[in-house]
Design a protein. Structure first.
Length: 738
């Protein structure tokens, strides 16, 4: 619900959980009043505090108590009294960067629409407020959009700029949101990492000044994820206040938290400004990506839960909304580049018998690609390896009763390729200088529509005659020496944003022609795991690191924002290819269950008993994936802080719960152990692994006993298994009345 108090010029957006309040002041500037737990509607004017402060710049001669430096603002501009960093910057044709946008009008509508060319949360289950601000000298408008969801403690915000002037508007900075919190008693939580250790959780106290995370690599990156949260210092997984922020964008981003010396905390999120610039011509509109704001007063788990719901309900494409993900086998770690059609059929045949549903042919099927030094850009089949072609092979795989998918890396080019010989100018980089290679490859200039169209046609030629159900879209390097021969000298700062718009436009083209294909995005594992990608590709390859024990941290951290149905998770071989670690097969399965679940190993080399064991895991996943992928997820034991990890999912009806408990190293003669479960119905009677019965309140308040023989006890078989890297799944089902 959105109400506007005409007299005091206050907007109040609210639902059952949250309130968001802002005000137009006497100078037609937007002031922020509140975002947090719901408060009833009334006159909030008295909440705007004015005080006289030395050395402050004020807008009028009559008063000296209303400097914008000391006001909480909604979408601030730097320098206009407010000396903190602003959310936008425009340059006049005479060089000035001073401007003054004033409130002009507002509109309240039902639902929200897609942003042109950009991924967007789309739904009718929300109300949207748009506020138009205008600078008469610039003859331009900023439009702020706020959508409040009916059923979630969530607001989305985005910004548009329209230029009506004959002179082009130079945009230097345009963030998607800004929010001024009353105080600074928060800690910042973000997800940092690198290849094979993506989305580790960092939590730190705020200090005065600016703390920020960002990417300037051309993709959202594995270094920092476009997500962060602010929480009170006492906030835990299940208790306390926190605010989560995420950006629906896959390119360069910045997330800034600035604490001023009056203890106000300003949060800003959007396209990274030092690598961005845009010239907006007359009557053009610039769309900044959407940001998502979540509030929780029940800790981080609730925040994640709201994000998961918003992503599943409103972001994932209709075709894949609440749809269980196919159990796939991918041949990458089984064969790398060394395969032929016969080998692929052999793997697929056994996989089918094991219950797998989809075969994915990874890198190496095209051009002359027998290693990673050549052929990116040559998207036509290598008949030496696959004599039947992709169309023939796709038929054969379908005849086995499996779906079929392929790997592509459309944004890349090798010098050793036909594409480079034909179009050397399509490579990103300044030819007057060395252009860095990464994994022997270079970037194709996706800021150029001609390049995107060309790659679409090449891919379309493969897809149109074949039965393709799935595509793994990879992106294996960051963008360096970002210079485009397609853009003129004054537009080079548009490159990064135009590049990602090019990526989105190729996705749009492919999805409109092939709406049934399931895309899985990948960037050397999870270096582009973001909400922008999830709009097009409903799942992401979480990490190249397939080691079950490493995956505990990666999947635990990833779950802060992303639901399990989006996380690619496979059983791979031992010794593990990244860590050389040997983990038991059941632990590899018990970790992979909490994601999309698949296989990434050479099934032709498995022993019979391993085939039978994995087949049982596949059966289990088929039975419970709906609950795992779309139920409520709870983090129970944090692997960053202990020698254990545990998590669980609970079905919507609370009649089934699945708990995964993992031991990293075995301890000896330690304490008995139990964990307090979450999300069950306290009055329901459950059976635990068909071994004993108890009520939900026992499992939540006393806890589930997970002691093992290391505690000196000889336990029943329903308790956790013994030894390093062991694990246990507890299946908790409502007891059926007889
Ligand atoms: C990246 C991906 C892997 C695999 C290889 C193929 O590293 O993350 O899963 O597809 O590329 O080259």
């Amino acid at each position: 619900m959105i109400v506007f108090n005409e007299e005091d010029k206050i907007f109040h957006l609210s639902n059952k959980y949250i309130s968001y309040i802002l005000k137009i002041d006497e100078y037609n500037q937007l002031l922020h009043i509140y975002f947090g737990k719901k408060i009833q509607n009334s006159n909030f004017s008295h909440l705007v505090e004015y005080a006289k402060r030395a050395m402050a710049s004020c807008p009028s001669m009559d008063k000296n108590n209303n400097s914008y430096e000391h006001m909480r603002q909604e979408y601030p501009q730097y320098g206009h009294g407010d000396m903190r960093e602003g959310a936008y910057e425009f340059i006049h044709n005479y060089g000035s960067n001073v401007c003054q946008f004033e409130y002009k009008c507002y509109e309240i509508t039902r639902g929200k629409k897609k942003i042109k060319g950009l991924p967007t949360v789309e739904t009718v289950e929300c109300d949207t407020l748009s506020i138009t601000l205008e600078d008469k000298i610039l003859n331009s408008q900023i439009i702020l959009y706020y959508s409040i969801f009916d059923e979630e403690a969530c607001i989305s915000r985005r910004v548009e700029v329209k230029n009506f002037s004959d002179s082009p508007l130079k945009i230097e900075k345009l963030l998607s949101m800004s929010l001024d919190f009353y105080d600074n008693q928060y800690e910042m939580i973000d997800l940092y990492g690198a290849w094979s250790r993506e989305r580790y959780i960092e939590r730190h106290k705020l200090h005065y000044g600016k703390q920020s995370i960002s990417s300037m690599r051309g993709h959202s990156s594995n270094n920092f994820n476009p997500f962060f949260a602010l929480a009170r210092k006492e906030t835990t997984e299940n208790i306390g206040e926190c605010f989560g922020f995420a950006l629906v964008y896959s390119g360069n981003f910045e997330a800034d938290v600035y604490v001023d010396t009056y203890d106000v905390t300003r949060v800003m999120f959007g396209i990274e400004s030092s690598t961005f610039g845009w010239t907006l011509n007359k009557n053009e509109i610039f769309y900044a990506p959407e940001s998502i704001l979540v509030y929780s007063n029940e800790g981080f788990n609730k925040m994640s839960n709201v994000f998961h719901k918003v992503i599943n309900k409103y972001l994932i494409r209709d075709k894949w909304k609440n749809k269980v993900r196919p159990i796939l086998i991918n041949n990458w770690e089984a064969t790398y580049f060394d395969f032929n059609e016969e080998k692929i059929i052999e793997i697929a045949t056994i996989a089918k018998e094991m219950g797998v549903e989809l075969f994915v042919l990874d890198d190496g099927w095209f051009g002359k690609r027998n290693d990673d030094t050549s052929s990116l850009g040559d998207w036509f089949v290598n008949y030496d390896k696959i004599p039947s072609g992709i169309n023939g092979l796709s038929e054969k795989i379908h005849d086995l009763g499996l779906q079929f998918g392929i790997w592509i890396e459309p944004e890349m080019i090798n010098i050793n390729s036909n594409l480079y010989n034909e179009h050397p100018n399509w490579l990103v980089g300044d030819k007057n200088y060395l252009i860095s290679q990464s994994r022997n490859q270079f970037i194709l200039d996706f800021s150029n529509d001609e390049v995107v169209d060309y790659i679409f046609k090449l891919l379309d030629n493969v897809l149109k005659d074949s039965k393709i159900d799935y595509i793994k879209w990879d992106m294996n390097r960051s963008i360096s020496e970002a210079y485009s021969q397609n853009l003129n000298a004054t537009s080079q700062k548009e490159f990064f944003h135009r590049y990602i718009l090019g990526v989105y436009s190729l996705y749009e083209k492919l999805i409109s022609k092939y709406p049934d294909i399931l895309f899985e995005s990948c960037a050397s594992g999870g270096a582009r795991f973001d909400l922008g990608m999830l709009y097009y590709a409903p799942q992401t390859w979480t990490s190249d690191n397939t080691d079950a024990i490493e995956r505990l941290k990666i999947q635990y951290g990833t779950s802060m924002l992303y639901p399990l149905c989006t996380m690619g998770s496979h059983i791979s071989a031992i010794p593990n290819h990244q860590l050389f670690r040997n983990t038991p097969l059941n632990t590899r399965a018990n970790v992979a269950f909490f994601g999309t679940f698949g296989l990434e190993l050479d099934v032709t080399k498995l022993k019979n008993e391993e085939i039978l064991e994995i087949s049982k895991y596949i059966e289990f996943m088929k039975d419970y994936r709906k609950i795992i992928q779309f139920g409520d997820f709870y983090r129970l034991i944090n692997p960053f802080e202990s020698n254990r990890c545990a998590w669980m999912v609970v079905s919507e009806k609370k009649d089934i719960a699945i708990v995964g408990v993992y031991k990293i190293l075995q301890n000896v003669n330690g304490p008995y152990e139990k964990i307090n479960l979450q999300g069950l119905d306290k009055n329901k009677k459950y059976t635990v692994n068909s071994k004993y019965e108890c009520y939900g309140d026992e499992l939540m308040n006393y806890g589930l006993v997970i002691s093992d023989e290391g505690s000196g006890e000889r336990s029943g078989s329903y308790k956790i298994e013994k030894g390093d890297f062991s694990s246990m799944i507890y299946l908790i089902k409502e007891k059926e009345e007889v």
